[in-house]
Ligand binder design. Sequence first.
Ligand code: 13P
Length: 331
Amino acid sequence: MTLITLRQALDGARRGGYGIGAFNVTDVVQAEAVLDAARRTSSPVIVQTIAGASAFASDELYWDLLLRTISHYPDVPVVLHLDHGPDEATCLRAIDAGFSSVMIDGSLDPATHQPASFEANVEVTRRVVEYAHRRGVSVEGELGTIGGSEDGGTHKEIVLADPEQAQAFVEQTDVDALAVAIGTSHGAYKFSSPPDGSVLHMDLISAIKAKVPDTHLVMHGSSSLPADVRAEINAYGGSLPESWGVPEDEKARSTTLGVTKINQGMDSHMAFMAQLRRSLAQDGVTVDPAPGLRAGRAAMRDIVAERMAVFGQAGHAPQFADVPAFDAVRA
Ligand code: 13P
């Protein structure tokens, strides 16, 4: 088992001066694509998934299969991270299932889906941290609200993070990593024109970093939404509107300003779906889903490998050879 914690992975990234991609997967086939990309580029990697976002009826079954899949990659340092845990119970379930890191997203009130108060966010985050840290598990919190929809459900408005609040939040919760809302949003529709400083507040990263130097900063909603991949999806029956994501050079720059974890879901899904759609459209007689899924897996592996070079994590797997495995550090 090559599982390590988020804290271990991101401490390594900070020492090496690079970022680590956290790639969303909704299937074991997608996890294999991410792990193959990490192996091919010799990268440490964060595999992340959202509760209830897979096609499996049971999260526990799916999560178990993710852990089994990771065990086939003893040469790859891997964090298994729960993305956007909506409440304490879901985070505790993931910790009990064997995740080495969880995100508690206390930025929204789960009942009203309105931005939660700072105090309520601190309270739920602190409780998850207490449970997680006793078991050696890392925790990511969220301050401000990142826009869009991470799972195709509730659409959040953007509320930018505040550096003073970030300091108080970290002091009161002891999170290992902090998702900071800097103007990005989740999903396949982000910006209506190429983003500039009026929508993408990169300056906020440095301001927050100065207040919380020991906490890892996370950039959510980092997909670039490549126009050629969108065109391919639309050529095979899709109807994605024109939209701009976060430019590759801004993601690379974010790692020089203090970001160590870069979240990507949509670019991977787009690459996967473009090839799945192509396969279905070009072969009208095969009813076995495997050939289409195989084409999707290869395309996802390739785009993830490209991003690993941009984020700077490529080539850094050997740096983790002496890091104690999660099995050894978990209580
Ligand atoms: P994208 O929707 O831009 O891929 O971001 C994913 C993400 O931030 C998941 O938490």
